[in-house]
Design a protein around this ligand. Structure first.
Ligand SMILES: NC(=O)c1ccc[n+]([C@@H]2O[C@H](COP(=O)([O-])OP(=O)(O)OC[C@H]3O[C@@H](n4cnc5c(N)ncnc54)[C@H](OP(=O)(O)O)[C@@H]3O)[C@@H](O)[C@H]2O)c1
Length: 304
């Protein structure tokens, strides 16, 4: 497993997403967390809303039973989504962060992200909430999710030292809009549409880590593209290039994300230990420049 300096924290390049652990038994969660750590995955992504809070609670049950394990992991959560609205008010952020701490059985979050942009946001209120959480030692670093550059700049103007260090965005081999628009600048084709105000370049310029969510899903949680006949050409190319490195297509889909110089940190949602070991193995593989483009084209993209 490779690591990188994430706001001063030594984080694994691949993170374990915890959105799908709500239905797992305590024994399964114990095995998952220990296996992740054994494979070198030290970063765990949560949100207050996952499983209606049950994902954080079950993860917290593990930490309550094994408090010494907390120091071995980096724990991130998110807040700001409520049923039917988004809420970045100071009260909501503070309340949800406290709830997450309680459920997770920890005295601090390493990272707290604002989950989806609240158009009614008052950046000074967010700054007050972040200041209070940071000065109490309850949250060490802050970020956002699904935000564009101007939304981050608006927040950063108020945030002072608690500026944004992460943006979690949907990205996979089949969801590449943040790359397509940069490759197709100014062309008369759909791929040129800039849907995110050049968030990829902005994050690189500003040292913000992009955390791709759902790196195996096509569409919006429409299912994995691995082994999906709708992506036959991509799967064929994944097989071919994976074989050169003695990894699997599942692993290669992550190696492809890691090859991008933006140093993204994919959040994988699988809880299958065999798949996780395939991913961990492939995280050490560096594909060539040309192989990266071969896979990009096999996913259905054309170069101008
Ligand atoms: N910020 C946001 O708005 C946002 C939104 C969604 C998710 N997230 C975060 O991103 C994480 C990942 O999301 P996700 O679970 O949708 O992502 P994913 O890693 O793309 O999908 C994982 C799901 O695909 C299944 N799967 C089937 N075949 C697979 C294969 N060959 N390789 C890998 N997975 C395969 C897994 O099942 P098995 O477990 O059986 O392998 C699992 O149910 C979440 O846990 C959450 O932390 C953030």
């Amino acid at each position: 497993m490779k690591y990188f300096d994430f706001a001063g924290v030594n984080a694994s390049r691949v993170a374990q997403g915890c959105m799908r652990i709500g239905g797992m038994s305590a024994e399964e969660i114990d095995r998952l967390i220990r296996s992740d750590l054994d494979m070198g995955i030290n970063f765990f992504d949560h949100a207050d809303i996952y499983g209606g809070g049950s994902c954080e609670t079950k993860f917290g049950d593990f930490l309550r039973a094994n408090p010494a394990m907390r120091d071995k992991m980096i724990v991130q959560s998110k807040c700001g989504i409520k049923p039917g609205s988004y809420d970045f008010s100071k009260e909501h952020i503070l309340h949800q962060a406290e709830q997450s701490l309680t459920r997770l059985g920890t005295d601090h979050l390493d990272f707290l992200l604002l989950h989806r942009p609240d158009t009614l946001v008052e950046p000074d209120e967010v700054a007050e909430a972040f200041d209070r959480l940071h000065s109490a030692g309850k949250v060490l670093h802050f970020g956002v999710s699904n935000h564009n550059p101007l939304q981050m700049e608006l927040l950063n103007r108020s945030l002072g030292e608690n500026r944004i260090v992460a943006d979690q965005l949907q990205f996979s081999m089949t969801n590449t809009t943040m790359i397509d628009s940069g490759i197709n600048v100014n062309m008369e084709n759909g791929a040129a549409v800039n849907r995110d105000d050049s968030v990829l370049d902005w994050c690189r310029l500003n040292g913000v880590t992009i955390q791709p969510w759902s790196p195996f899903q096509h569409g919006f949680f429409a299912g994995p593209f691995i082994g999906n006949p709708d992506y036959a050409k991509l799967n064929e190319k994944l097989e071919e290039i994976s074989a050169r490195y003695d990894v699997t297509p599942t692993g290669m889909a992550i190696a492809w994300i890691l090859r991008h110089p933006a140093k993204m940190q994919p959040i994988v949602g699988t809880t299958n230990l065999d798949r996780l070991s395939q991913i961990a193995k492939a995280a050490d593989v560096t594909i060539t420049h040309d192989e990266w483009y071969e896979l990009y084209r096999a996913s259905g993209k054309t170069l101008p």
